[in-house]
Every structure is written in structure tokens, then in C-alpha cells.
Write a protein that binds this ligand. Structure first.
Ligand code: SF4
Length: 429
């Protein structure tokens, strides 16, 4: 057994109250997946990776010799294998030198291997009918309204850039701006600012042809002054306002934007947003200031946190679900050196929010090399951190008697579809 198998299996044996699938999932998310030419050929006809907001890849597109950026599936589903995995959905993060590879077995089936040894079976996601359609202006729907989470969530990144850019302002783990540039260089249809009309046209096609999507997210980069003459809240509120007018209640409505003043959060609520994600990214005060300099400069950590609590009064606390990027606590040169310290800090934040009935969620950090932190931390955070975090998050959720956060579909292993971390996979009945 190779060293990575020993690491993962050792943690599976240590954390007997976590599903083994979730431990493998965390390791796959932090490491990425390699695809051979054969399995890329099989992927044609399935749902391709749409690059719904960031690159979420472990190499830049310029280093993808097999044009994986155009050919890999959006997600994979793990199933069966030596540990009888229950269905587990994982976002695809390309890494041609990963020890995790999608391969074809001797029986001709898709499998996942780790260090050349089979882990389990793999399924690719079906491409929804609307992926074959284009808008009247010729743009593919996968640019304007791609879906993720195995078809559950329509992801509307209506502004694919962020006004926090450059070393002074941009969050140091974020590649939204650089990813936009690399996508444009490939010639992909990748709309910087989507019009309300484009979004409505795409959703009307989805509405006619799809029964799997249950929620949509409106999001994009931060707006520091104005965009198209509109303040941040004015710019973003137009989308749910129009969607709810045109398709009232068809989808659960979510918005991921900065922590806004209470009156502006109320604007989002009034136009029909049900779930609000004012992402705080990292709890530790000094690390927030170092890693999110734009957020610190324009809003400030303390105000950010106050606004999250205020939003709880507007939406109801369980409809405020701020995200953090799990693992950046340990990124050099700013982060904690020991897993124990990193978990203790993050647990303090989780406990704070949950004691206010606000359930945070997390995305497993993908150390994209086109970001400052990714370039300096090619291995990301240790798997021990990610697994300890899963247990900490789940135990605090249970300690506070809180349900799984709404808007993510069914919780629990074998049911969950959230693909960029395992928090929904570890929720127990
Ligand atoms: S606010 Fe930070 S994380 Fe969000 S898009 Fe801008 S740079 Fe990225």
C-alpha cells in the first residue's frame, strides 16, 4: 500500500464516526484528479466542467496537455468498491499529476484509482437537455446558467470579476479575476457581466426542459463603488427580483454577496432572496486581515461579523449561511503551523455563529496555483486538518441542536449532492 493509501486509511480507522467516503472526498478535493485520454473520451456526451466561478483546478489551463479544461466532467460520483461506497458527489479539480486517477477497469468500467490501486466505481453526470441549447444571442446556456451539485443548483455568476484585484485588495486564495482571463484566452464563451435578459432566457429554457434543479444562486465578485452605475446591492438584487417575478417560487433563491448593511440585506430579502451567504472566509482576526485585505479595507472584520448577525434578523438565522474556505488557516506564510491550533481557531468561529443559530458551511480549499496562496502552498492544507474539521463542524452542529442548513438538498452520506466539501455528507439523522 502506498503512502497516500496509508494516510487516508489511517484516518478512516481513527475517525470511525465519519463516513469513509467523506475522508476520501476531502483528500480528492485538496489533491485533484487526473484523467487519462480514454476516460476523457468517455466523458464526451456527459456534463462538462463549466467553470461556474473560480477555476478550482490544481494547474493552470496552459499546463493541461490533454485540454482537460474542455473535456472533464463537472463532477464525478463515487460508488461501490472495496469499502462499498455509498453515492458520493465530488467536484472535479484537474490535476494531471494527482495520485487519484479516473481509469477504465479490465471489465471496461470507469473506476477511481489511488496510487494505481482501485478505490471504487465512478459515474459521470448526465448532461441536462438544456446544455445542448443556446440563447438567441448564440451563447451556450452553460455560460449563462450552468448547474452543479448533480443538477440541483443553477449557478448564476452574474459578474465574473471582482473589484478587489491585485495584491493589495484581492483575497489571496481567490482566482476569480485570473480565471476569467485564462478562460477568455481559450476562446470559451465566458460572459463578464450577464444581463438580466440573458439570465431570464436561460432560466426559461431550464424551466421548460428540466425537473432536477431545485435552487439557484446569484453571485459574483464584490462591487466596491458601482457597476453599470449601480451599487452592489442594486446590481445583484435585479436578478432575483426579475427571476421571482417571472418564475415565482420555482427555485429556492440564494445570494452570495458581501456582508451588507442591514437595510441592504433587507433589499435582497424583499426581492425574494431566501438564503443569504455573506462569506467570511476565515475566522482568525489577524489571518482575515492578511488574507482578505480588500474585505478588511472596505468593510472590516468586526463590521462583517456584525452584519452577519444583523442578516439573521432579516432572513432568520438559519437562512444566513456564511461560507469559509477550509484550509487557508494553515497556508504559509500567514497561517497556523499546527493542525490543533488551526482547528481550535476555526472551532471558535463555528461555535460563535452556531450559538447565534447561524450555521456556517465550508468549501475545501483548492490551492489554485494562479493565486498567491496556491502558488506558495502547492500541497494545500494537511488532510488531518480537513478530517478534524469535518468532525468539529458536525459535532458543533449536534451540540447546538441545529438542523442541516437549507438549500442543499438531502443531507447525509449517500444523499448529499454538495460537491465542493463534505459538510452535507457527514450530517447524521
Ligand atoms: S471578495 Fe474575495 S473571494 Fe470574493 S470574489 Fe472578490 S477576491 Fe474573490
Amino acid at each position: 500500500m502506498g503512502p497516500r493509501w496509508e494516510l487516508v486509511e489511517g484516518l478512516v480507522e481513527q475517525y470511525t464516526d465519519l463516513p469513509p467516503e467523506a475522508i476520501f472526498k476531502e483528500d480528492i478535493l485538496r489533491t485533484g484528479i487526473a484523467f487519462s485520454e480514454d476516460v476523457l473520451r468517455v466523458a464526451s456526451g456527459y456534463k462538462p466542467k463549466a467553470y461556474f466561478i473560480f477555476s478550482f483546478d490544481l494547474v493552470p489551463i496552459s499546463e493541461m496537455d490533454k485540454q482537460e479544461n474542455l473535456r472533464v466532467p463537472e463532477e464525478i460520483c463515487l460508488i461501490g468498491g472495496r469499502r462499498s461506497f455509498r453515492r458520493t458527489i465530488i467536484s472535479v479539480r484537474v490535476n494531471p499529476s494527482s495520485p487519484y486517477k479516473v481509469a477504465i477497469s479490465d471489465e471496461g468500467k470507469l473506476i477511481l484509482t489511488l496510487e494505481r490501486k482501485e478505490v471504487c466505481g465512478v459515474r459521470y453526470p448526465r448532461a441536462p437537455d438544456y446544455y445542448g441549447r443556446t440563447l438567441s444571442n448564440g451563447k451556450p446556456i452553460s455560460d449563462i446558467a450552468p448547474s452543479i451539485e448533480w443538477g440541483y443548483l443553477v449557478y448564476l455568476t452574474v459578474f465574473r470579476l471582482c473589484h478587489y484585484h491585485g495584491r493589495k485588495d484581492e483575497c489571496k486564495f481567490c482566482d476569480i479575476n485570473e480565471n476569467y482571463r485564462q478562460q477568455k484566452r481559450t476562446g470559451r464563451s465566458y460572459t463578464a457581466v450577464k444581463s438580466v435578459g440573458e439570465v431570464l432566457e436561460a432560466l426559461s429554457i431550464i424551466q421548460e426542459t428540466d425537473s432536477e434543479s431545485r435552487a439557484y444562486t446569484v453571485t459574483g465578485g464584490s462591487v466596491t463603488s458601482s457597476l453599470n452605475g449601480l451599487k452592489e446591492v442594486e446590481f445583484y438584487a435585479r436578478y432575483p427580483e426579475a427571476i421571482e417575478r417571472e418564475f415565482p417560487g420555482r427555485w429556492i433563491s440564494k445570494a452570495v454577496v458581501q456582508a451588507l448593511p442591514k437595510s441592504e440585506a433587507q433589499v435582497l430579502k424583499d426581492v425574494g432572496v431566501q438564503i443569504y451567504h455573506p462569506n467570511y472566509e476565515i475566522w482568525e482576526p489577524e489571518l482575515f486581515r492578511a488574507i482578505c485585505p480588500g474585505k478588511e479595507e472596505y468593510v472590516g472584520r468586526d463590521v462583517w461579523i456584525e452584519r452577519i448577525l444583523d442578516a439573521g434578523e432579516v432572513f432568520g438565522p438559519q437562512h444566513v449561511i456564511p461560507n469559509f474556505v477550509a484550509g487557508i488557516e494553515m497556508a504559509k506564510p500567514f497561517g497556523f503551523v499546527s493542525v490543533e491550533e488551526a482547528i481550535a481557531s476555526t472551532a471558535e468561529g463555528l461555535d460563535f455563529f452556531m450559538s447565534n443559530r447561524i450555521v456556517t458551511r465550508f468549501t475545501t480549499w483548492c490551492p489554485e496555483p494562479i493565486t498567491q496562496l496556491g502558488a506558495e502552498n502547492r500541497g494545500g492544507a494537511p488532510l488531518e486538518y480537513h478530517v478534524a474539521l469535518l468532525k468539529t463542524w458536525r459535532d458543533l452542529l449536534e451540540k447546538h441542536g441545529l438542523p442541516a442548513p437549507p438549500g442543499y438538498g438531502q443531507p447525509g452520506i449517500g444523499q448529499a449532492v454538495f460537491s465542493v466539501s463534505s459538510f452535507m455528507d457527514v450530517v447524521r439523522d
